[in-house]
Write a protein that binds this ligand. Structure first.
Ligand code: G6P
Length: 608
């Protein structure tokens, strides 16, 4: 989704903006632009396509003079990707310029009203409304105009604004779209995410909803919507640029795949003390745990797939019914939730608009929300009643790998914890599960050693038109994520099917030579899935099997087999997903695609 960077300080702004925008590229975008104030004028440069074009147009920013400016990468929502629709947007005489992340939902009535007042629109964007509204309310006081606009626009927004007759000042606001402020001796910054400014400072303020910031070279001041100054606490970021760099790997995705053993270990180990699971962050009383009668897991994308694995595992181990919903459905379906329910919202970024709205919907119904979140201080982390952080660290590749793996780990921790507390596990069983959990990182590590074979296999199928994934139970959940990984970055059509459902239509899609990846890690379902493999093979499919070490008779049917180390059957998604991630990665690589920044996708989806 769109990225914002702003700078005011003693250095030239444009090169800093370009560098910051480059570090937000992972969020996904299709055009970019900058506005820099110099000599009483605001100069605006915009370009369609990659940042490279903006760099070329401005001679790496050197031709755009000035020490205060705002930059933007746009992921098109209203209006096609084009120079005109890219940001910054401006009022009639370019004396007010705006960059925006989010969606102004009531832009149409506002636009109509502004047109009636004589304003002329040149773009198809919702953002241009903000520029003209600021113009309409501006009487020399930026705070006044901004707060008036904030009370009239609906939807989500992070805005950066410059006013020509307030040189040296930059303004920013947010509601439901991420925005941070960075401060340093060399100047002050706004950005959509920390990596954009980490080269310059670690001192950061998180802006809350409906807050306004005024930045000058020397100071930042925060205001509420009533223009009253407010105090905020600075946070010092404790991770560094190394995390935001490839460190010798060809792509962030491969680096992050390789970081999974550490990420999973960092998520599990702090929650195990003397062989027992301790979840200090979860504010549930003993009574609430005992009375829990239903869990809702709500998320989007891969986090939703982690939730589906979680459903099998929590129901299996703790015997509590679990419903899993995509957040965009949950938020509008008026779910039936009672006081003894728990809602778990899973999100890597902690900023996904639908997940955040689902969280609020649950709280509105009076239910407690547990967030399983990766980004510290993100909106979901701040608004949830309790947060279980997944310590995956910074994840840059759009296609998630390590964050997903840590989400699984967090769900396993919860399942075993609840199973024990509610007396559904024998003590010996509980202890053994805890041990097996702690062994997962080493087992993930061992799977990474098989990458050359998977690369070879991926190259054979890189030209496929369709690839199917089939499995049962937990394996079906694994298939959903494996299939998503593949389609996200290879653009090959792919679906995941519950293997037992194949015969009800799907099998008609099977043609000669089509790859069907079968996941069979569940002992009680193994024979059933083998039968399904036989059925698709008989219709010409090339069958890949992903199963537990020891199940060697699978090779009687499979054309290619990958074995995963033995573990408790509930935890096999954590292992089986690794070869599927590598497979997707190498298919994308073989097709010469932009692995880390797949077309049309965004890392953090901050609009509905
Ligand atoms: C986007 C990303 C996915 C991610 C999903 C949910 O679609 O491309 O990788 O799974 O959003 O994001 P979240 O940050 O809430 O986990």
């Amino acid at each position: 989704m769109c990225g914002i960077v702003g700078y005011v300080g003693q250095n030239e702004a444009a090169p800093i903006l370009l560098d910051g925008l480059a570090r937000l590229e992972y969020r996904g975008y299709d055009s970019a632009g900058m506005a820099v104030y110099h000599d009483g004028e605001i100069e605006i440069v915009k370009a369609k396509g990659r940042l490279r074009v903006l760099r070329e147009l401005t001679n790496n920013g050197l031709d755009l003079k000035g020490t205060i400016g705002i930059g933007h990468t746009r992921w098109a929502t209203h209006g096609e990707p084009s120079v005109t629709n890219s940001h910054p947007h401006f009022n009639k005489d370019k004396s007010i310029v705006v960059v925006h992340n989010g969606i102004i939902e009531n832009h149409q009535p506002l636009r109509d009203r502004l047109i009636r007042k004589g304003y002329r629109f040149i773009s198809d964007t919702d953002t241009e409304v903000v520029a003209h509204m600021l113009d309409n309310y501006y009487n020399g006081d930026p705070l006044e105009a901004i707060s008036k606009v904030m009370t009239r626009i609906e939807g989500s927004y992070a805005l950066g604004v410059l006013f020509k007759d307030h040189p040296g000042e930059m303004y920013a606001v947010r509601k439901d779209s991420p925005l941070i402020v960075g401060v340093s001796d060399e100047g002050n910054f706004i950005a959509s995410d920390i990596p954009a400014i980490l080269n310059h400072t670690r001192n950061v303020y998180f802006i809350d909803n409906m807050e306004i910031v005024k930045l000058t070279r020397e100071a930042v001041a925060f205001y509420n919507i009533d223009k009253e100054e407010i105090e905020k606490t600075m946070t010092v970021i404790d991770w560094d640029m190394e995390a935001a760099e490839k460190g010798g790997y060809e792509h962030f995705m491969l680096k992050e795949i390789y970081e999974q053993p550490k990420a999973v270990r960092d998520t599990i180990n702090p929650r195990i003390k003397d062989g027992e699971i301790v979840i200090d962050e979860w504010h549930m009383t003993e009574e609430e745990v005992q009375n829990l009668n239903k869990i809702f897991i709500v998320a989007c994308g891969s986090a939703y797939h982690a939730g589906i694995s979680g459903k099998y595992v929590i129901e299996g181990i703790a015997r509590i019914p679990v419903e899993v919903d995509v957040a965009s459905e949950f938020r509008y379906r008026d779910p039936i939730i009672d006081d003894n329910s728990l809602v778990i919202v899973i999100s890597q970024s902690g900023e996904t608009a639908d997940s955040l709205a689902a969280l609020r919907e649950a709280q509105r119904k009076g239910v407690k929300v547990l967030g399983i979140v990766n980004v510290v201080g993100s909106s979901i982390a701040r608004e949830a009643d309790s947060v279980l952080y997944t310590w995956a660290g910074l994840e840059i590749a759009v296609a998630t790998t390590k964050a997903y793996s840590t989400q699984l780990a967090a769900l396993y921790l919860l399942a075993i914890y609840l199973g024990n507390k509610r007396g559904k596990l024998e003590y010996a069983q509980y202890k053994q599960m805890v041990e097996e959990l702690q062994e997962l990182p080493d087992k993930i590590q061992s799977l990474l050693g098989d990458k050359e074979r998977i690369q070879w296999f991926a190259s054979k199928f890189a030209a496929s038109r369709d690839i199917f994934y089939v499995g049962r139970g937990v394996d079906y959940a694994t298939c959903m994520e494996g299939s998503l990984k593949l389609k996200e970055i290879s653009y090959i059509h792919s679906e995941a099917y519950a293997a037992g459902e194949l015969k009800h239509g799907t099998i008609s899609l099977v043609e000669d030579g089509i790859l069907v990846a079968s996941v069979l890690t569940q002992p009680q379902l193994y024979e059933k899935t083998v039968s399904n493999m036989v059925e698709v093979k008989a219709r010409g499919a090339y069958v890949m099997a992903l199963t537990n070490i020891g199940n060697y008779d699978v090779e009687d049917v499979a054309n290619f087999t990958i074995y995963i180390p033995k573990t408790n059957p509930w935890f096999t998604t954590s292992l089986a997903i690794i070869p599927l991630q590598l497979f997707a990665y190498y298919v994308s690589l073989a097709r010469g695609l932009d692995v880390d920044k797949p077309r049309n996708l965004a890392k953090s989806v901050t609009v509905e």
